[in-house]
Design a protein around this ligand. Sequence first.
Ligand code: ADP
Ligand code: MG
Length: 722
Amino acid sequence: MKKITPTIATERSYTVAKEKDLPISSYFGEDTFSDRLMRKKLPAAVYKRLKESVDKGIKLDAKTADAVAQAMKEWALEHGATHFAHWFQPMTGATAEKHDAFIEISGPGEVIERFTGEQLVQGEPDASSFPSGGLRATFEARGYTAWDMSSPAFLRKNGIGITLCIPSAFISYHGEALDKKTPLLRSIRAVNDSALRVLRLLGNGASKKIVSNLGPEQEYFCIDMDYFYKRQDLVLTGRTILGAPPAKGQELEDQYFGSIKERMQSFMHDVEEELYKLGIPAKTRHNEVAPSQFEIAPIYEEANIAVDHNLLVMDKLQQVARQHNMAVLLHEKPFAGINGSGKHVNWSLSTDDGINLFKPGKTPHDNIQFLVFLLATLKAVHRHADLLRASIGSASNDHRLGANEAPPAIISVFLGEQLTRILESIEKGAANGVTDKAIIDLGISSLPVVSRDNSDRNRTSPFAFTGNKFEFRAVGSSQSISFPATVLNTIMAEALDEIADMIEKRGAINIKEAVIDVLKEEIPKVKPILFMGDNYSDEWQKEAERRRLPNLKTTPEALKALMTDKAHVLFEKYKVLSQVELKSRYTIKIEKYCKDIEIEAKALYNIISSQVVPAAVRYQKDLSESVAGTEKVLGAGLDLGPQRELLKCVAELICGIRSSAGTLKSKLEKAGGLHEYQKAEFMCAEVRPAMDGIRKLADELELHTADDLWPMPKFWEMLFVN
Ligand code: ADP
Ligand code: MG
């Protein structure tokens, strides 16, 4: 393998410092058709009608739509856009867009730029090639895209092309959601309704809307592009499916929060500049635990916008990396043996008048409210731990979950000592006569703002309370956060409604009394979901079993949760997903799981057959010629036993690999005849272990074969040369 001189040594633009950077605030959002811009560009009446439509979620009338389209077009043309596209989120988890030029024929051989309200509001991409998970077969659903007015249109600059992108939902003509955005929007509405109901019961008549917020912390690896292109596995599957561990991994812990190397810093700088132009509030950047691993985190935003923005972050990371001759790996486990990447999704609910419903307050009243929302979360996660697990299930995330760095597949909640103690004292406290005095005695009159240090110490929990928000840490780095957020909002809506029912049933003469009574009754039921210890330990696995918490280790097992009556009832009740829509998500996730593993298995087979074995055979030939030649010259003068041993070892490994590759191939053939769930189970139970077996032999062979013959970059190069 020819060694690469990393491009860092060559002259590149990043080494040329810019004269001076403009303050971020001076260009933040300049590539978006923002609210401020709309207010400026649109006639006051049009702007008002548009805002009303957004707030009430009603369709835009034709005249208003035309006026908005006109202003948007002018702005886009001024900024060099030639095309527009409805930008949507099919169930693949990626984003999709079909570009149309702004032109229309105006006379023989002549065009003018035109963009109508109709084109803005609705598009008709050919839906037939997107996965529909059976929806199309059932309904012959052609799809259309509809502008999501709550997310601003933006300019997508790619190479020298500039496109006006219109964030959109993707729906079938019969109204089924063909995408990830529609259910999310429905779940946002559901949790709004239920949370408002609870707030009204607690005497809040002022707040008009409940907002669900998300702050996703995105982890990723970044390596030199030259290495990336020399690894078929990385190019085709996003992870290395073979490769021996390097002598140095992450044991020195010298990477985490370390100073960022010059090349990387320049890359991050360019990414952030692009994100700021798109109005994405990228806030934090740092080195992560593994070598060549990093994190970028934004300031949290409304869930719908946060999802769109996270998709754009993932996109921009990859795009800008290419300009720096680097490759960003979003896969959950690109390198076996060192930490993988996740996405900590910070989640909270707040009101339109600025109350964070997960924030412990300073008065008994505030804390009654806080405790209700806390209890609702515990109820929701306890009842639907399996759904949360399913929402983050994928072939790639299975490599990471429970791999001693990421939360295990058991979903539990970490609250910190202080809150746990408070819940316990409420459980034990007097049920009747809840006065302010009693509340003070229970220790909930004024919860000091739970310090982050206190609540954040446990990094092993998949679902942790961190002061004024919950952090769902089991989400994978490569996945859209849309479905996990949809599940969170929906299960929360259900739990809040149940709590509201219980409070109402108690004939709320004294609301505090009713709430404390409900808390007393419910806390013992939800307690099994609370865990403060080490989630990585074996004891927890056993303890979780005693508590009857689901421990769904693999994706096929986990996905079954989507097909239970419990899930159907939940999603139907809140009109987030109909039974058919839910089934289609299940089918797509199962298919994706099978395809991911199938592609990896085929890539492994090809790499073994055309790269690893040929290289090893060459080395075997060198060795055998050398042993024979040396014997001839030295005769019995030297015992060549150890060298013969090496030759034997190499030869045996080659034989072992060949025969295991044959087994893998026949397993893949067998898998071809299986369907849906059966196939997924087979992939999990048969194909994956067969791949692991081959990898073990190949990694052993890598350590014995001459470095100059090994046909692909090794871990130490990819991880440390940058
Ligand atoms: P931590 O150190 O606990 O991970 P940070 O302050 O670094 O917390 O925040 C991590 C992410 O959580 C950021 O994206 C941040 O904007 C987001 N976040 C902070 N407060 C909230 C909130 N109330 N709701 C949702 N996300 C939040
Ligand atoms: Mg965090």
